[in-house]
Design a protein around this ligand. Structure first.
Ligand code: MEV
Length: 306
C-alpha cells in the first residue's frame, strides 16, 4: 500500500446557462486543461498539514480532510500539498478542482474506492457548506471532465460527445464575486419573478439549441447562440462595461460569437473563433484590455497522476 498519491482535477468554463442553472434550468460546461494538483501523504505527525501556496481559501482542503476523516473514522495524519496551473483569480474554478482532487486523493490513499458520483456528492456538500450557494456545475466538470449538460445539484450530468471547441479565453483583469452576483440575481428574481424567469427560459432555449449545434460542430450557429446568451446576461445586469467591450470587439474581429463565462462582474469571457480569425480576435480582446489565457477545453476529469 502506498503512503502517498498525487491527483489532479481540471478547471472549468461555462459555455451556456450561467445563473439560470441555479434555478433548475440546464447549462453546458466544459473542463479546461489547466489543472489543480493535490498530493496527499500519510505522516507520523500528530496533526494534518496543508501546504497550499497558490490557494486563496484553504478551507476547501481543510474541510475535505475533516469530512473524509469523520466519514471513515480515520485517525492518521495527512500532509496535503497543492499546486495549480492557474491563478485562483481568473475564475477557472480552482476551489472546485482542489476540493474534488482532495477527496479523490484521500479516497485512493485510504483505499475507499469512492465512485465519481460519491466524490461529486461530497464535494458539492462541502462547497455549499463553505460558500452557501452554487449549482455544482464546476464540481461536475472537475469530476467527469469533457463537456457536460448539467442541471442544478447534479440532477442531470450528461456527457456531450464533441471535439474540443475553438475557444479564445480572455481574462478581464479582476475577479468575480460569485456569491454576491448570485444573490444580486436572486433579489432581481424576487422583485420581478415573471420577467426574470422569462430570461431564464430564453437562456434555456439557447442551451438546448447550443447543445445540438455543439454536437454537430456547427460553430457558426453555436457562436450566435453564445452572443445571444451574453445579451440575456446583460439583461440580468451581471455583465460589466469591460466584459461587454471584450465581447463586442471579439465579434467585430470575426468571432462566431462571444459571451462572458461564469457569474459575470469579472473573470473571463470566451469567444468561439475559426482558425483564420483567431489571431485577430485575440488581438481585439487584448486591445479591449483583456488578457488571453492559453487553455484548451474538453479536458479529462479527475485522475491519479502517479
Ligand atoms: C458561476 O460561475 C455560475 C453561476 O451560475 C453560479 C453557479 O452555477 O454555481 C452564476
Amino acid at each position: 500500500m502506498n503512503n502517498k498519491v498525487t491527483v489532479s482535477a481540471p478547471g472549468k468554463l461555462l459555455l451556456l446557462g450561467e445563473h439560470s442553472v441555479i434555478y433548475g434550468y440546464p447549462s453546458l460546461v466544459t473542463a479546461m486543461d489547466a489543472r489543480v494538483y493535490v498530493k496527499a501523504q500519510k505522516t507520523d505527525e500528530n496533526s494534518d498539514r496543508i501546504i497550499a501556496p497558490q490557494v486563496k481559501d484553504t478551507r476547501f482542503v481543510e474541510k475535505a480532510l475533516v469530512f473524509f476523516k469523520e466519514k471513515y473514522q480515520l485517525s492518521s495524519s495527512v500532509c496535503v500539498t497543492t499546486r495549480s496551473d492557474f491563478s485562483h483569480n481568473v475564475g477557472l474554478g480552482s476551489s472546485s478542482a482542489v476540493t474534488v482532487a482532495s477527496f479523490k486523493a484521500l479516497s485512493v490513499l485510504f483505499e475507499k474506492n469512492l465512485t465519481n458520483k460519491e466524490i461529486f456528492n461530497l464535494s458539492y456538500q462541502l462547497t455549499i457548506h463553505i460558500q452557501g450557494v452554487g449549482s455544482g456545475f464546476d464540481i461536475a466538470a472537475a469530476v467527469w471532465g469533457g463537456v457536460l449538460y448539467y442541471i442544478y445539484g447534479g440532477k442531470t450530468i450528461d456527457p456531450v460527445v464533441t471535439s474540443a471547441l475553438p475557444l479564445v479565453v480572455g481574462y478581464c483583469g479582476f475577479k468575480a464575486d460569485t456569491p454576491t452576483l448570485v444573490k444580486k440575481v436572486r433579489s432581481t428574481y424576487q422583485k420581478s419573478r415573471l420577467a426574470t424567469d422569462k430570461i431564464f427560459k430564453e437562456i434555456t432555449q439557447l442551451v438546448e439549441k447550443g447543445k445540438k449545434y455543439l454536437m454537430m460542430n456547427d460553430y457558426s450557429h453555436l457562436g450566435n447562440i453564445m452572443t445571444q446568451n451574453h445579451k440575456l446576461l446583460q439583461k440580468l445586469n451581471v455583465s460589466t462595461p469591460k466584459l461587454d467591450r471584450m465581447v463586442e470587439k471579439a465579434v467585430s474581429a470575426g468571432a462566431f460569437g462571444a459571451k462572458l463565462s461564469g457569474a459575470g462582474g469579472g473573470d473571463c469571457m470566451i469567444a468561439l473563433v475559426g482558425a483564420v480569425n483567431r489571431k485577430k480576435v485575440e488581438q481585439a480582446i487584448v486591445n479591449a484590455g483583456g488578457e488571453i489565457i492559453q487553455v484548451q477545453n474538453n479536458a479529462p476529469g479527475v485522475r491519479v497522476e502517479q
